[in-house]
Design a protein around this ligand. Sequence first.
Ligand code: FAD
Ligand code: NAI
Length: 466
Amino acid sequence: MEYDVIIIGSGPGGYTGAIRCAQLGLKTAIIEKYPALGGTCLNVGCIPSKALLDSSEHFYNAAHTFAEHGIKLTDLQVDLPQMISRKKNVVDQTTKGITFLMKKNKIDEIHGVGSFVDPHTVKITKADGSEQTITGKNIVIATGSKPMSFPSMPIDKKRVITSTEALALEQVPKHLIIIGAGVIGAELGSVYARLGAKVSFVEFADSMIPTMDKTMGKELQRAVKKLGADFYFNHKVTKVENKGDEVEVSVDTPDGKQITLTGDYCLVSVGRRPYTDGLNLEAAGLKADNRGKIEVDANLRTSVPHIYALGDVIRGAMLAHKAEEEGTFIAETIAGQKPHIHYRLIPNVVYTWPEVAAVGYTEEEVKQEGIPYKTGSFPFKALGRARASMDIDGLVKVLAHKETDEILGVHIIGPRAADMIAEAVVAMEFRASAEDISRMSHAHPTYTEAFKEACLAATDNRAINM
Ligand code: FAD
Ligand code: NAI
């Protein structure tokens, strides 16, 4: 065999796994069908969306909060082409960084579509039509996911778009209709609402981000409503039609009526599907399940033991850091180590403003599982740091075991929640109790004091500043 490990797909799971393999002395190749490395996350996901979230937030603050800070601006304008161009530069620099890391770690980078010839052989079909075949002792499928849609909402990438097109619009929509008020809807809806678009969410469920703790969805909705958004919860889309300069979305209301929403763009953000097209899984003796996922065991091995799979193409949360952990896990497993991933402690973040971040059980889950629990909450409006920055929306909610006081879940909506959640992850990895956190010094004034206060509230209802 030419390689110890061949990795198909260079997203966060694939490239992290490749680097860890190389660190462990395994001869490694990575195959990527696009010219740039980094997968969905770096090219059309995490990084470009955060670049536009930051730019749009600056604009929004300049327009709505600077005056109160005593900063006067005149003639404020959105330069969307510049925002998109800055985003593109951020993406280019980041993906080039991955190419640098591949070279530094002596990983062979091969561009083209990878497909199985047999369980140890992968053929790479390059953009110019030429082919290369390589063999590996171990193979990792890290091919990620693609946006999902339904027949009633056919994507044309012009008026009916996915997140990929929404990250590169040439003009701010007048009216953006978003199907699905999940993570992508919330983030990209925030971007365009901040830039002045009218945004309407049509959502199957009864709240935004419905899979997270219900308190978070309710609070987030309040914040996004302030940006002027409309919500159609418990509504069902029956048809989406491109009418040239407009798009029409037909919707069934909960009381059995039919309404039509007209906008200039319709973003379909109803989830993503695992991507295995073109892999020729059968040649390796594999097949995807009926939802397109590749089945793996607890060691991330497929039914063919030397073929592993990770990230969005397998079960679990579709998150970059989950895929990264799995890349490391597979590399270490191949090298004979015994790694571990604590899946329940993978944090989940929505990069709206305020940000939403969570780890562990939701209140709905502890109830459902019959775990005795208590809660403690603390609102950011009671925090000096938050008042100083005028970021007073949101709260920290802590769930702790009723008898042992062990922290079971932490749910934050508020300023810098995305960074704050790391403390909760560490606490829970070390199985801290709410009282443990409430006895640790948190610098003042910081947003993290809200976590300590929520832990005090959960310990014995003894928050100090409330
Ligand atoms: P991917 O990143 O999807 O990479 C798979 C790679 O495999 C791709 O480059 C693809 O071209 C390549 N490939 C596929 N088939 C083949 C083949 N046959 N041959 C060669 N190459 C192939 N997650 C977060 O944690 N935080 C965020 O803030 C966040 N924001 C997001 C924003 C958006 C708009 C989107 C769409 C997603 C976001 N995600 C975020 C999710 C995150 O992008 C994914 O969970 C993550 O990229 C999954 O990593 P992966 O390695 O499994 O696959
Ligand atoms: P999602 O699963 O977060 O949300 C989809 C939403 O669409 C749900 O609320 C669902 O109820 C709704 N829905 C489904 N079918 C519908 C229909 N027919 N009509 C109306 N509503 C419908 O999926 P989303 O937002 O597309 O994102 C895909 C994945 O990408 C996420 O699950 C997440 O893992 C990842 N992602 C992560 C981000 C982050 O970590 N910050 C940011 C963006 C994406």
